[in-house]
Design a protein. Sequence first.
Length: 85
Amino acid sequence: QILSDAKSNAQKIGKQIVSEANAEASAIREKAKADAAQAKTDALNEARDEVADLSVTIAEKVIAKNLSAADQKDLVDQFIKGLND
């Protein structure tokens, strides 16, 4: 009887440990997903801000210099090339 009770208790404890580990792993996965989503949002916002700043810079250069259409095209091409770097 004592041995049977000990086995039963050990099984219950084992199941409880596994259940708690699964719950903790699930919480870690959910936090990782949320962190990844936030990092993506932050990166997109930063990229938008940078593009906006660069667009303003180009606009200032275009306004400051009375460029021909070909010069303006070259400036835009250089800007786009800079985004890829």
